[in-house]
Design a protein around this ligand. Structure first.
Ligand code: XIL
Length: 346
């Protein structure tokens, strides 16, 4: 295949999320793939609080340093994912030395110190930050996270202010899943407008893009793209993958308290993907990229959530023991030529 990043040059960046294995040199086969197709890299986990700041006063920068070095080698932009989130954040973050919950001021101070340390270290090296991730429920209400419980929505504003103060050149984004749900899109836009009206920098809104073969519809995604752009914010698809397996959690509906069968009954394609499903996957990717291209003035980046199928989180989510086919490179590191060719022809 030709290079995806070259064929989309000047249209939007083409990104991939990288795991620890892929940056520490264990998974060497990804390097030529990254070099050929991608000009933007997102740390899949290694910039999350629990990974980069596992204990009070203790930072683990090495994996992220490696990702930055790799990005320099292949001339890719780095996306900082993510500074403030309710998941993959250790309990100590919210507690004092006696295990009591911190006051609003103490928690926000701790958050600011974290941002200062992380964004400070990578100042000038990160193109844009997912400053805050997933602060809303699907119905548009603020998520009742430990951040929200202690600080209300102020934690969001303070996180954006601090990140801008530490790295004034970095773009700043709000990022969330199911951003096609109207209530959620509207809530994120309202937040972004409020920040901007207060003079706080926010450049764009990230739509994660964990999609299925048939849902969400192109129309509903298009409506969200237009709403975000009309409000004056850049749009990016930050975590694209397509789940071909039955998924009881209906996309990234993490708000739903689903129970999962303990057996492998959802692992219906473990022997390989049937031809007709592969064909559906190709056309779903084609339709999505046709939509993205149609809105190229509004969209700045498309990032895939992983490099190859074998490394995809969907092998373990929403339950372990899945054999997932969500990406454009297969588990043997071979390009899915039918998909890549389709994307290049658009
Ligand atoms: C996921 C990673 O892919 C997994 O490896 C990890 O176990 C859990 O987090 N929304 C996000 C991403 O913003 O950070 C999540 O990444 C997927 C959903």
């Amino acid at each position: 295949s030709q290079s995806l990043k070259k064929s989309y040059e000047g249209i939007f960046d083409i990104g991939a999320a990288l795991s620890v294995r892929e940056v520490n040199g264990t998974d060497t086969k990804v390097f030529p793939i990254l070099d050929k197709h991608f000009n933007s890299l997102t740390p899949e986990n290694l910039m999350k609080w629990g990974s980069i700041h596992p204990r009070l006063g203790q930072y683990n920068f090495e994996p992220m340093d490696r990702l930055v070095a790799l990005a320099e080698k292949i001339d890719a932009r780095v996306i900082g994912h993510t500074l403030v989130w309710h998941n993959q954040t250790p309990d100590w973050v919210y507690e004092d030395e006696n295990g009591e919950r911190l006051s609003k001021d103490a928690l926000l101070q701790r958050m600011e110190e974290h941002i200062e340390a992380v964004a400070g270290r990578y100042k000038g090296k990160v193109f844009g930050y997912d400053v805050v991730n997933e602060a809303f429920f699907d119905d548009g209400q603020y998520r009742t996270s430990k951040w929200y419980e202690a600080a209300g929505k102020d934690f969001i504003k303070r996180a954006f202010i601090k990140t801008h103060e530490v790295d004034p050149d970095a773009e700043l984004y709000y990022n969330d899943y199911n951003m096609w749900k109207p209530e959620k899109t509207d809530a994120a836009i309202k937040l972004a407008k409020e920040l901007r009206e207060e003079g706080i920098r926010i450049d764009g809104i990230g739509m994660q893009g964990h999609y299925g073969l048939d849902s969400p519809s192109l129309e509903i995604i298009e409506t969200a793209i237009n709403k975000i752009a009309d409000a004056g914010f850049k749009v990016m698809f930050t975590e694209v993958d397509i789940d071909v397996l039955p998924n009881p959690v209906n996309r990234h509906g993490a708000d739903i308290d689903a129970t999962f069968p303990a057996d492998e009954s959802y692992n219906i394609y473990k022997e390989g993907l049937p031809e007709e499903i592969q064909a559906k996957l190709v056309s779903r990717y084609r339709e999505l990229f046709e939509l993205f291209k149609k809105h190229e003035e509004k969209i700045t980046r498309i990032t895939f959530w992983g490099v190859h199928d074998g490394g995809s989180w969907l092998n373990n989510w929403p339950m372990p023991g899945r054999t997932a086919y969500p990406l454009i490179i297969d588990k043997d590191y071979k390009e899915k030529k039918d998909i890549i060719d389709a994307l290049i022809q658009i």
